[in-house]
Design a binder for this molecule. Structure first.
Ligand code: ADP
Ligand code: MG
Ligand code: ZN
Length: 373
């Protein structure tokens, strides 16, 4: 099982399978049911959020021979051709490698012909911002002259690099990063249907490091699965080492030393990590996340544990981790917490320019320990 297989295998085949992006799904399915599909769409947003998926769903839905529902049936010959990637009326062009004017001219000539087999010819132009300006202008002309059997879908991760005249001719949809719970939901379905037992805790780790990209999440998941395909049970330690995650426990013991003004202990936690190859910048970043969560817990302490802030914390922290953090937070005042964060933030910005990368962190640690004396 390769990474590719998993995320291709689980590309949503129906609008109802798309996770998040509710506004896009709703508007497009409404347009389909009222026969008012636009002729040029612009899908912008982060990688792995469903742009290509949505473009293919749209291509299937407008061409599906079964018109009972707005969902593509995935059974008729049109749907099948598209699913198998052999529909000649669906052109997918990667602008990153076809960015010149000649290619767009070819497209412009091609689009005049009626579809060979399907109702609509669909042009999906990926990474559309990569076109040269000559090509972008040729494309603009193509858009203006396009026959009614043509539908364009432009996808881009960098909307600010698109020429405004193209943007204004398209119906624009902004895709958003997927949330940790959304990714956990999808990945837990996938792992079940692959016959794997993957702990919620593990899915949380994977989802957080995928940073909003479902594709990255699914790739990580398949790496993790192939790591432990023998017993079909994935272990937390495996995942952490695979992803190079600095364990919360390590940060936690670092904080413990700092809170006890035990500079020697804190230094030895850091040195241990760095000698094993952890990047000081990554440690600093994790430390800041940790301190921020600690600060939030401190501010909320004594209050009822509910509400949106708390819900967000619950997506990345276990009950036990929260208890430990709360305990640690009790040992310092809010003011000191803020100063700690400020000092470690400052250290972070200096790591890059320091001749010894961990030195700024060591200085900050010493200063913080001083504060607590
Ligand atoms: N919103 C989503 N819902 C469900 N799966 C998704 C979603 N977005 C991405 N994926 C998964 O990630 C893969 C890549 O998504 P894709 O649509 O190609 O992303 P993009 O074009 O935005 O970079 C899909 O095959 C699917 O497995
Ligand atoms: Mg894409
Ligand atoms: Zn169909």
């Amino acid at each position: 099982m390769t990474n590719q297989v998993l995320y291709r295998k689980y590309r949503p085949q129906k609008f109802s399978e798309v996770v998040g992006q509710e506004h896009v799904v709703k508007t497009i399915t409404n347009a389909l049911s009222s026969n008012s599909v636009a002729h040029a769409y612009l899908f912008c947003g982060p990688k792995g959020s469903g742009k290509t998926t949505m473009a293919r769903l749209l291509a299937k839905a407008v061409n599906c021979e079964d018109t009972k529902s707005v969902e593509p049936c995935n059974k008729c010959s049109s749907c099948k051709e598209i699913n198998e990637g052999r529909a000649i009326d669906i052109m997918e062009i990667d602008a990153a490698s076809h960015r010149g004017i000649d290619e767009i001219r070819e497209l412009r000539d091609g689009i005049r012909f009626s579809p060979a087999r399907l109702k609509y010819r669909i042009f999906i132009l990926d990474e559309a911002h990569q076109l040269t300006s000559g090509a972008a202008n040729a494309l603009l002309k193509t858009l203006e002259e396009a026959p009614s059997h043509a539908i364009f879908v432009f996808a881009t991760t960098e909307i600010h690099k698109m020429i405004p005249t193209i943007i204004s001719r398209c119906q624009r949809f902004d895709f958003r990063k997927l949330t940790v719970p959304e990714m956990i939901g999808r990945m837990s379905k996938i792992s079940k249907s692959e016959g794997f037992k993957v702990d919620k805790e593990i899915l949380k780790i994977i989802a957080s490091s995928a940073e909003g990209s479902m594709r990255d999440g699914e790739s990580l998941l398949s790496q993790v699965m192939s790591f432990s395909s023998g017993d079909k049970e994935v272990k937390v330690e495996d995942v952490r080492s695979l992803l190079g995650v600095v364990e919360k426990q390590v940060i936690s013991s670092f904080i413990d030393s700092v809170l006890n003004s035990d500079i020697k202990g804190a230094f030895s936690v850091m040195n241990n990590l760095f000698s094993k190859g952890t990047d000081p910048e990554e440690f600093q970043e994790n430390l800041i996340y940790y301190l921020r969560e600690m600060m939030i817990l401190k501010i909320m302490s004594g209050e009822e544990k509910s509400g949106s802030v708390y819900d967000v914390l619950k997506t990345t922290l276990t009950e036990e981790e929260m208890n430990i953090m709360e305990h640690q937070a009790e040992k310092v005042s809010e003011k000191i917490m803020q100063e700690m964060i400020a000092l470690f933030l400052e250290a972070g910005s200096k790591i890059k320019y320091s001749p010894i990368p961990q030195l700024p962190l060591e200085i900050a640690t010493a200063k913080v320990a001083q504060l607590l004396k």
